[in-house]
Design a protein around this ligand. Sequence first.
Ligand code: ADP
Ligand code: MG
Length: 399
Amino acid sequence: MNKKTVRDLRDEEVRGKRALVRCDFNVPLEGARITDDSRIKASLPTIEHLAGRGARVVLLSHLGRPKGKPDAKYSLQPVGIRLEELRGKPVQFVESTDTDEAIKATHSLKDGEVLLLENTRFLGGEEENDPRLSRALAELGDFYVNDAFGAAHRAHSSTAGVAEYLKPAVAGLLLEKELEYLGKALADPKRPFVAILGGAKISGKIDVIEQLLPKVDALLIGGAMACTFFRAMGLETGKSLVEEDRVDMAKDILDRAGTTLILPHDAIVAPAIDRPESAHAVTRAAIPPGEGMFDIGPKTAESYSRAVATAKTVIWNGPMGVSETPAFAGGTQAIARAMAAATDKGAITIVGGGDSAAAVAEAGLSERMSHVSTGGGASLEFLEGKVLPGVAALEDRAE
Ligand code: ADP
Ligand code: MG
């Protein structure tokens, strides 16, 4: 990674200084209850690194989509409470973001103290990357740290614009870790390098397929996107989710991919997603016209697992089936188990994508992956080879 990180800052740049840290605290909520706090946990290393070096830590984040004005149901207050529990140390909270009150609170902090400000998306201008807001946010710190990998694909005031007005502007430890895992896998993977792509739509992942095809030793396809390829091959797809307008593109990819692109040999089919009790396995050539494919079949799960077992680098994005439903979760679970076993044998295993990460967590296997990305959209854009604005805004490291 060629960007400066918090570890590159000298002690005199940190101690007694206000560190304005953009985190990704965009956690799922039920009312005021946080149903998954993994993003808060993932931000702890950077917060404690800075607090431990005597910085006065000021935290920013967005939460949900409150459309540029305050909306109590997206307050970060519950995040502050949870963060305090996780740290076992106080976290102050101010109910505004770029106000005089907030600026005053940043100046009242003592070395090592932590303050959380209110949701950046309560502010008009945040999502427009308005320079006026970026300049106002810059008043909240003496240097800037971006640790919000999950928001790094957005050019917003708090993720990108502010870095123009507040220097040093460096990466946090989570952002660094995400870029190291994903970046190393793409630039210099240990081989064999196997990628597994699934999920609902081929349309959202075309660019990822194009990026990965020339780099990987095998690209294993699952999820509904397999059905669009089946249609391109002239197979019956019944009631499966097929993107008709992408069939030609799928044909073109098949023509070019050779033996690198691997499709399922069998499928779990049922008359409908809500008829899991009728689920059964068929070969891919025998999908009944009245049924749809909702998971890869057991033979495919086995052969994909074998491919994962021999790999030295594995990247996985997108479930192999409708993994929210147990009858269609077998393929996804098999991949998760195979990756966990591969990690044990020394492979680098990386999971990107919100639903894939949720499936791995559900299987209790998150800790057994080398890296589970905290950013679904951001990891996808990174794998597409795009520059992430939140990363581009940071200072380069002098070689
Ligand atoms: P991620 O969040 O990991 O990137 P996606 O959002 O691309 O994954 O895809 C996840 C969704 O794809 C899930 O809601 C899952 O139900 C759906 N899905 C996977 N396979 C199928 C299929 N065969 N038919 C219909 N939906 C599918
Ligand atoms: Mg998703």
